[in-house]
Each structure stands twice: as structure tokens, then as C-alpha cells.
Design a protein around this ligand. Structure first.
Ligand SMILES: *Cc1c(COP(=O)(O)O)cnc(C)c1O
Length: 401
């Protein structure tokens, strides 16, 4: 019997179309904790698919901080921060983050996504302009769109194109430059020295999202701006607690007046329930480890540089990665996903990344390294890559400079 068309039928058509193009995504469910290995579908896999770069997500010191916070502050925050949701752990974390970043103040958001959207929409609006790298993270792009400011996109990493835009596009009230510091798919770094000088020459505000670099780059682990010694030129710093710090939540750091303004105007801050106090307590414990164990980030980056070199010498196109995120460009989504499946058959979890996360033709295997990986886990990966090489034509063009 034929049933009448239903209003949501179009979704099934769209899903079938995604599947036909090898672009359908399916959730996988991990059992147990995040770490160097993960259990999926009853199998233990070596895990090259997490952002737990310092191996802190399952660190007992964080769990202990959570337990103590739960006993003192309970679980739910119960209200937005401006009403009664802001508690002692949040205030202590914000003070610690300001100290860690070497700035006047910091503000904790429920997620890094919310921090970007909240900060950007509070800084610019109609009659203003944002200037952004073509490969910025989705949360930056959505913040720009929601702000209703005019958006000017420059080619990836091309600070000269940015400078030209700043020179030409002057008919605005306020102008804001927004960029990732460490790009989440390519693993390369933004030219922050040139960008911050351009910002200064043209009197623009500069927001830098250090989501993948917080805890990893720089002498104290503050990120790429610290690594490149350009922190003074960055007016608005975005970080996340959810990646290298192994927790949950995001933050903005900067001047006292910036933070006061965000408390008044950042809508995801004002209109969302504060995250649980225990999240902030865990983040304080994570910051203690970032301060006390610099060896984690140093060893991570040394391991990454060595793996980068080994893959390159096997003939893989690893782009311009300079970090713990190493892309292996494969090209087409179907081949990429087949390759990821073969790696998984061999006990290695390496996610295949397809459009819309990357541009068409730039599908890649995204290898994320962690301090928690043992050397022989990395050897296993390198051996599998060599053995599986015949699956693909490795002469893949690098992405546009
Ligand atoms: C992951 C990510 C975010 C979002 O952070 P969450 O805390 O996971 O919401 C923001 N910016 C960049 C560049 C990211 O990679």
C-alpha cells in the first residue's frame, strides 16, 4: 500500500544521495576511555583519531578534581553565568587562564564553538567587516555569518592578500581579522607575525583561535602566538579546554574591558547554562599538568616531526604540516574511505576526512598524534602505510599554496 508523502521524506533522498557520493557519515561508538588505544565494535584499535594530544583525557588527576568538585559543588550549574550559574570553580579557572595566558582576564564558555561565535558576534555587526582565512574552522565561519558583518575571505595563509583587502576595504566602522593559529585539517600554522603586523598597520582587531595549539605550542604551552613571539599583537585569544587539555569547554582571553564586554554581549555566554563546575575543576588540574610536565608537549612535537619525515620519505603528500596533526592527502573520498577501512582492518584507527570538512579533491587521512602513543604504535602505522600504498596513486597534487 502506498502511503502519502510525508514532509520529511526529502531527508531520505538527501541521505541516499550522500551515500551515492561516498559522503555519508556514520557515528561510531567508542567503549571505555579516550586514549592511545580505543575499543570500537569489540576491537581494540590504536587511536590516531583524537584531539587528546597530551594524553590528559583519561588522566586520573582530572577525574580526581571532578570528584572533589562534585562533592563540593554538585553536578548541574542550573543557570546561565549571569544569574547563578557562575561558581567558584569557574572563577578560579578564569583567574588561572588569565595567568596562564599572561593577560588581564579570561572567560569560560560551554564550548570552543560557543567562544568563537560569542566573541565574534560581540565584536562586529552590521556596518563592520571581518577578514578571514579560507580554511578557518566552522565555528569561526558561523560566528562571522551570525554577526551580519561583511565577510572578506583571503586564500589560505596568504597574508599579502589580507593586507590588500585591509588597504582596499576601509569603509567600515570596525574591522576584525579572524584566523585559526594551527589549522585543524592541514596541521599548518598561520603566519601570525605577518598577520599581526598587517593588523597593526591598518588598525584592525585580531582574533586568533588556538584550539589545536593550546597546551601544545610555545614555551609555556600557550599556543602558536607564543611560539612565534607575537602575543602582544593578538587582541582576542580563543582557546579550548576540550582538546589538548582533555576537558570540555572553551575560553576567551584578553583585556579586562574585552571580557566585561563579552559578559554583556556574547549571546552564547549570556543565554546558555554555565557548564558544570566540575569541568572547570578538571581544567585547572589539566593546566597544572601543562605547567608541570612540559615534556609532554616537547615529546609530542618531536614525535610528530619524525613521523612527518618518515611518511614523506615513503612518498606521501603530507602537505605543510608543522604539528601533531598530519594530513595524508589521498584526493577522492571513496579511495580515502577505503584506505581508512584497510587501516582499521589492521587495528589502526585513522579517520578519513571528506567534504564538506575539506574542499573537493582534498580528502585526506588525518593522523592525530598524542603524547600517549608508544613508539611501536607509530611504527605499526608507518609499516601499514607502506604496505597499503599500492591502494592509491600517490602522486596527489598538494593543496593550493
Ligand atoms: C574544535 C575547534 C573549536 C571548537 O572547540 P570545542 O571546544 O570542541 O567546541 C574551535 N576552533 C577550532 C579551530 C577547533 O578546531
Amino acid at each position: 500500500m502506498k502511503t502519502a508523502p510525508q514532509p520529511l521524506d526529502w531527508i531520505d533522498d538527501e541521505l541516499a544521495e550522500l551515500d551515492r557520493q561516498d559522503l555519508l557519515r556514520r557515528l561510531i561508538t567508542r567503549q571505555g576511555s579516550q586514549g592511545a588505544t580505543i575499543d570500537v565494535d569489540g576491537r581494540r584499535l590504536i587511536n590516531f583519531g583524537s584531539n587528546d594530544y597530551l594524553g590528559l583525557a583519561a588522566e586520573p588527576a582530572l577525574a580526581q578534581a571532578v570528584i572533589e568538585s562534585l562533592q563540593a559543588e554538585g553536578w548541574g550549574a542550573g543557570a546561565s553565568p549571569l544569574v547563578t550559574g557562575h561558581d567558584g570553580s569557574h572563577a578560579r579557572l578564569e583567574a588561572r587562564l588569565a595567568e596562564f595566558e599572561g593577560v588581564e582576564a579570561a572567560l569560560v564558555f560551554p564550548s570552543g564553538f560557543a567562544a568563537n561565535v560569542g566573541a565574534i558576534t560581540a565584536l562586529v555587526g552590521r556596518g563592520d567587516a571581518v577578514f578571514g582565512d579560507q580554511k578557518n574552522h566552522a565555528s569561526i565561519i558561523d560566528g562571522c555569518r551570525l554577526s551580519r558583518a561583511d565577510m572578506h575571505v583571503y586564500p589560505h595563509g596568504d597574508w599579502r592578500a589580507l593586507e590588500n583587502l585591509l588597504r582596499d576595504q576601509t569603509a567600515y566602522r570596525r574591522r576584525l581579522i579572524v584566523t585559526d593559529s594551527l589549522f585543524s585539517m592541514d596541521g599548518d600554522l598561520a603566519p601570525l607575525a605577518d598577520i599581526s603586523e598587517a593588523a597593526e598597520r591598518h588598525g584592525a582587531m585580531l582574533l586568533v583561535d588556538e584550539a589545536h595549539a593550546t597546551g601544545v605550542f610555545g614555551q609555556h604551552g600557550r599556543g602558536v602566538a607564543e611560539h612565534l613571539r607575537v602575543e602582544d599583537g593578538v587582541h582576542v585569544r580563543i582557546g579550548t579546554l576540550s582538546k589538548a587539555l582533555g576537558c570540555a569547554g572553551g575560553f576567551v582571553a584578553g583585556s579586562k574591558s574585552l571580557i566585561d564586554w563579552l559578559v554583556n554581549r556574547a549571546r552564547p555566554y549570556v543565554f546558555s547554562t554555565a557548564h558544570p563546575a566540575a569541568c572547570s575543576a578538571a581544567a585547572i588540574a589539566a593546566l597544572d599538568l601543562v605547567r608541570g610536565e612540559p615534556d609532554r608537549r616537547q615529546r609530542l612535537l618531536a614525535t610528530a616531526a619524525a613521523l612527518h619525515e618518515r611518511l614523506r620519505s615513503q612518498g606521501w603528500n603530507v602537505g605543510r604540516s608543522e604539528s601533531q596533526i598530519i594530513p595524508v592527502f589521498i584526493g577522492e573520498p571513496a579511495t580515502t574511505m577505503r584506505f581508512a577501512a584497510r587501516l582499521r582492518d589492521r587495528g589502526l584507527f585513522v579517520p578519513g576526512i571528506r567534504p564538506p570538512s575539506v574542499p573537493a579533491g582534498e580528502s585526506l587521512l588525518r593522523i592525530s598524534l598524542s603524547y600517549a602513543h608508544a613508539p611501536q604504535m607509530i611504527d605499526t602505522l608507518v609499516e601499514a602505510m607502506a604496505e597499503l600504498a599500492p591502494l592509491v596513486d600517490r602522486v596527489v597534487q598538494p593543496p593550493e599554496p
